[in-house]
Every structure is written in C-alpha cells, then in structure tokens.
Design a protein around this ligand. Structure first.
Ligand code: GDP
Ligand code: IMO
Ligand code: MG
Length: 435
C-alpha cells in the first residue's frame, strides 16, 4: 500500500487542501510535515468551507488519523482555536496526533518576524507575520522549544531560562523592544501544554507502524516548491522545505518508503508576498484572473499576484521533487478566457534559457517566452471525464503535461471534492514506479 506525498509545485495555494481532503477518504493517516500557520488550506466538503492553518486537511476523513509532524512549527494558541472552531462546526478532532519533536512558535518569534520585516524596508519578503522564520532559525541555532518541553513545567522553565534570555537580548539590544517575562511566557505555555498533552505523541513511530500494517499514508505539503529555502527564489522563500525530500524529514519517513509524489499545480500561476515571478501579469488580464479565481490569501487576505503558467518553473519543480504524477487544479478559472499562454522558456540578457536561475535578481530580469493557446470559453465544472473536456482544454492540458514532464492523474474543476476528474483512478492504491 502506498505512501504518497502531495506537495505544492509552484508558489503555494495550488489547492493542496482540496486535493488532500479528497484523497484522505482513502487514507489511514494524513501528515502535515512542514511550515506552520503560514499555510492556509481551503477545504470545501459536507461539513462546510474551512481555511485550515495547522490541522491537516485529513481531519474530515471518516478514517484517517491526522498528524502534525515533527517538521511543523506549531503555534499552540492558533492550533487550539482551530480545533475549537472545528468542534463547533461538528468536526471530530479526537483523531489528531502532534509530534513531540515539533517546534513551538513563541511570542518572541512573532515579534521578531515583524521587526525583521520592518528592518528589510523596501526589500521585505512579505512574510505572513506568523513567526515562521524566527522559529525555524531557533530550531537551527538550537534555541528552540519543542512540544515535548511544554508538557513538563520544570523542563519548560529550564529551557526558557536559556532561550528566552537569548531572544530577549536580541529583541532589546537590536530592536529596542521590551523584554518578555519568563513567568508570563512559562505560565501561558504550560497552559497550552496541558491542553495539548493528550495529542502529543511520537508520531514518526505511529507512521512506521501504519506503514508496517500496509496502511495508506498521505503526506500533506504546505507552501510550494518555489518557496523552498534551497531551491526557491531565495531570499524570497519560506523557512522550511516544502519539497518531497522535506516530507521525509518533516514526517520522519525514510525515502525508501515513499511510493508516489503528487505535484499539485494550478493551471496558471499565483504568488503572494514579494520576490520574482516571471509570468506575473501586472495588467487587466492579471486582475481578471484574480477576480475569476478569487485569488486572495487564505491566511492573510492579501491579493495574490496572478500570471500565466510558468513551464520553466514547473519543469524545475518536477526535477527537484521527482513527481510521479501531477494534479492540475483550477482549470475552470480559465473557462471564459479567449486565449491562454504558457511560458516555455525565459529570455535573459538576449539569451534563451530553459533552466530556473539561482539568483532572484536574475529571475527578476527574465522575460517569459510564451506559446499561445485558444481558450475553450465554456464552463467545465460539471465535467467528470477527461475525454469530455472541450478539445481546447485537452490541448492546453496535453501541453502542460508535456512541459511538467510527468503524467497528470487528477484535474480539479471546482472547489468541491466531487468537482474532480480522475485521470488515473487507481492513484491511491497503485504504487507508481519512479520515472
Ligand atoms: P492550498 O494552500 O494549496 O491548500 O490552496 P488555498 O486553499 O490557499 O487556495 C486554493 C483556492 O482554490 C481555495 O480557495 C480553494 O477552494 C480553491 N480551489 C481548489 N481547487 C479548485 C478548482 O479546481 N477550481 C476552483 N475554482 N477553485 C479551486
Ligand atoms: P500554503 O500552504 C502561499 C509565503 C509568504 C511569503 C513567504 C515567506 O497555503 O500554500 P513566511 O511567513 O513563511 O515566512 O513567508 O512565503 N508563503 C506562502 N504563500 N501559500 C502558503 O502556504 C505560504 N506560506 C508562506 O507569502 O512570501
Ligand atoms: Mg494556501
């Protein structure tokens, strides 16, 4: 039985929430493995519409255990609120497990995120302001607090005496802010620890046991490949790896156990926050796509920057993630457009390049080279079979598939679970051999 990683293949917001919610009905475990509450995963199902930030999109499944893996940074206050809201709306959250090794977002992380953004002035990254960067920085410099620490009052106090002093020094001496009180932080986080203790487990062990039983495990990515700190548009990236490789580390599953890697792509491109985006349309067409797709952030409400499908970035994404198949979402958003474009190369300093450059400043100067396609100009949200899609839509899809360089398994034509075309009906049961 397969272990599947579903990840965002572009700059985030590809529709991972919808795809994971849908696939979760056939999974025994759904595991978030990266990021934190910077993520906003929209799920529309029989319970209603939800914007999840920390709770895995598998929480609605009638059978899956929803796991927050060790690679996630958890803001306990946000998680408790999210759980309370789900409960209010009739969703059972008892099948949740949180890794004892997951790092905790502390109040100073959120403050530092804001101070750092202010200090970047005109070069701000446009972070979500949730403290993600500083929390992962503390993990790397070994100043972090983990879930296992907040469930033991003495251990937390001892940890805070070192790490709070370190962070208070930075906040007061670098940013001129007031220090936080150890007593206040300690008592607030002890309270969170008490409330979350029933969920805190060795989740990597749970995964190992599930895999040994032959169960279906789905790893749910957050963000998107082009926000990866190594391979994304650095420094305009997030701080943990949204890649398939990040799935192994952030869930605690060895690479030898992964059967499939599903890349979730939008049928066009969006990006929220700063940083280069070669196919961005800063014109009426970009505005039209934003309005047609309601492209406003799930976490921050910011308008998303919209543009044509970037084939150079997509091919790069397949290369670094090893997609065994792709899900193309939001094809219906393009329904009314008379013609569409796909970027197949960049022009940089008079040269045609087909690779994704390392430098954000080079990428900023890249001009897209486009192929143009006729639109289908008819609604497709009611279509459930691939061969019933209009010819122009299939032609567009065929070119995407060729460029992405892996087979398309799913096509999403609306927000609801059922608004999906299964091009490979056995996606969840067949281990797919790597290309
Ligand atoms: P995620 O972060 O990857 O989970 O994506 P978001 O939830 O932030 O943004 C995706 C948006 O697209 C949400 O509003 C979804 O409800 C919506 N969505 C997902 N798939 C489709 C689709 O096929 N068609 C349309 N029209 N909307 C979709
Ligand atoms: P989902 O999981 C889109 C972006 C932010 C910013 C950069 C760094 O919903 O796809 P951070 O707060 O992580 O330090 O911000 O990353 N970003 C996302 N963009 N979708 C997301 O998550 C994102 N999570 C972070 O806008 O540009
Ligand atoms: Mg999102």
């Amino acid at each position: 039985m397969p272990v599947i990683i579903a990840i965002g293949a572009q700059w985030g917001d590809e529709g991972k929430g919808k795809i994971v919610d849908m696939l979760a009905e056939r999974a025994d475990m759904v595991v978030r493995f990266s990021g934190g509450d910077n993520a906003g995963h929209t799920v529309v199902n029989s319970f209603g519409e939800f914007g999840l930030h920390l709770v895995p999109s598998g929480i609605f499944s009638s059978r899956a255990l929803a796991v927050i893996g060790n690679g996630v940074v958890v803001n306990p206050a946000v998680l408790l609120q999210e759980l309370a809201k789900l409960n209010e709306r009739g969703v059972d959250t008892s099948r949740l497990a949180i890794s004892d090794r997951a790092h905790v977002i502390m109040p100073y992380h959120i403050m530092l995120d804001k101070f750092q953004e202010q200090a970047r002035a005109g070069k701000a990254i446009g972070t979500t302001g949730k403290g993600i960067g500083p929390a992962f920085a503390d993990k790397a410099t070994r100043h972090g607090v983990r879930m296992v620490d907040i469930i033991d009052s003495e251990r937390l106090r001892e940890r805070l005496t070192t790490v709070l002093e370190y962070n208070n020094t930075i906040m007061t001496r670098v940013y001129g802010a007031s220090p936080l009180s150890l007593e206040e932080v300690h008592s607030e986080y002890c309270r969170y620890g008490e409330q979350l203790a029933p969920y805190i487990r060795d989740t990597s062990l749970l995964l190992d046991e599930a895999i040994a039983r032959g169960q279906v495990v789905l790893l749910e990515g957050a963000q998107g490949a082009l926000l990866d700190p190594d391979f994304g548009t650095y420094p305009f990236t997030t701080s943990s790896s949204p890649l398939s490789g990040g799935g192994c580390l952030g869930a605690g599953v060895p690479p030898t156990r992964i059967n499939q890697v599903l890349g979730v792509f939008k049928a066009y491109c969006t990006r929220v926050g700063g940083g280069p985006m070669p196919t961005e349309l800063k014109n009426e067409m970009g505005q039209a796509i934003r309005e047609l797709g309601h492209e406003y952030g799930t976490t921050t409400g910011r308008p998303r920057r919209c543009g044509w499908f970037d084939g150079v970035a997509a091919r790069f994404s397949t290369r670094i993630n090893g997609f065994t198949s792709a899900a193309i979402t939001r094809l219906d958003v393009l329904d009314t457009l008379p013609s569409l474009k796909i970027c197949i190369a960049y022009r940089l300093d008079g040269q045609i390049i087909e690779h994704f450059p390392a430098s954000a400043t080079d990428l900023e100067r890249c001009e897209p080279v486009y192929e143009e396609f006729p639109g289908w100009q008819t609604p497709i949200s009611d279509i459930r079979r691939y061969d019933r899609l209009p010819v122009a839509a299939r032609r567009y899809m065929a070119r995407l598939e060729e460029i992405i360089n892996c087979p398309v398994s799913l096509v999403s034509v609306g927000t609801r679970r059922e608004e999906t075309i299964y091009k490979m009906p056995d996606l969840m049961t067949q281990p797919v051999t790597q290309r």
